[in-house]
Design a protein around this ligand. Structure first.
Ligand code: GRF
Length: 221
């Protein structure tokens, strides 16, 4: 699988992918890393790993569509088949999504459909959720909306703020994103309407259900 990764910032999810590719657990070739921001740390991470990079500045394009078409051009030039958004802070239009239809995925730091949009971790902390988390999903034309491939839940505690919750969620992001990509690379991911089927995926959890706070006897079974 020739993968293109789009970043705008730190690129820690990109780093997780690079590490998994290097260790052999993600069967992908990261063919190109693209940023809309020239100073994105993600570009530096790619260069350090010897991965080709490109910068397409959105400010240089008067319309979203022309920006998107340039993104498509650089990705196709690099032979990219699948696109992973990893902290890419631009909304993509059909000019991008049509050429890559069904082959664009994103990670969002919340249990979608709760808390879409920006500052998702702060939204969760402010709301006082008990279970926060992250979601890898297919990208469609609505923000943080496409079919869900995998989600991970983390506990949220009284006293959590955006920073503490972000760190706890990010640790899980770095696990579930490479896992989702590996399932795709293995050809195990299919769509059935809005539902995503991962062929051969297990259903084992450590208990019948997982709650936070933990249930106490006799409520625990
Ligand atoms: C992550 O929290 C991701 O879920 C969100 O943007 C952040 C990107 O972090 N879409 P990084 O650039 O991968 O470190």
């Amino acid at each position: 699988m020739r993968l293109g990764v789009l970043v705008s910032g730190s690129g820690s999810n990109l780093q997780a992918m690079l590490d998994r590719v290097a260790s052999g657990s993600l069967a992908a070739e990261i063919a190109l890393v693209v940023s809309n921001k020239p100073d994105a740390l993600g570009l530096e991470r790619a260069r350090t790993a010897g991965i080709p990079t490109a910068c397409v500045r959105h400010a240089d394009f008067p319309e979203r569509e022309t920006f998107d078409r340039e993104l498509v051009r650089v990705l196709l030039d690099a032979g990219v088949e699948w696109v992973a958004l990893a902290g890419f802070m631009r909304i993509l239009t059909p000019a991008f999504l049509t050429p890559f239809a069904g082959r664009v995925v994103n990670i969002h730091p919340a249990l979608l459909p709760a808390c879409p949009g920006i500052h998702a971790q702060a939204q969760q902390a402010d709301h006082g959720v008990r279970l926060a988390g992250c979601t890898v999903h297919f990208v469609d034309e609505e923000m943080d909306h496409g079919p869900i491939i995998i989600q991970a839940a983390v506990p949220a505690f009284a006293g959590d703020d955006e920073a503490t919750l972000s760190a706890r969620i990010l640790d899980l992001e770095h696990r579930i994103y490479p896992q989702a990509l590996q399932w795709i690379a293995q050809g195990r991911v299919r769509l059935s309407g809005r539902q995503v089927i991962v062929d051969g995926a297990g259903r084992d959890f450590s208990g019948p259900f997982w709650t936070n706070p933990p249930l106490e006897p006799p409520f625990d079974h």
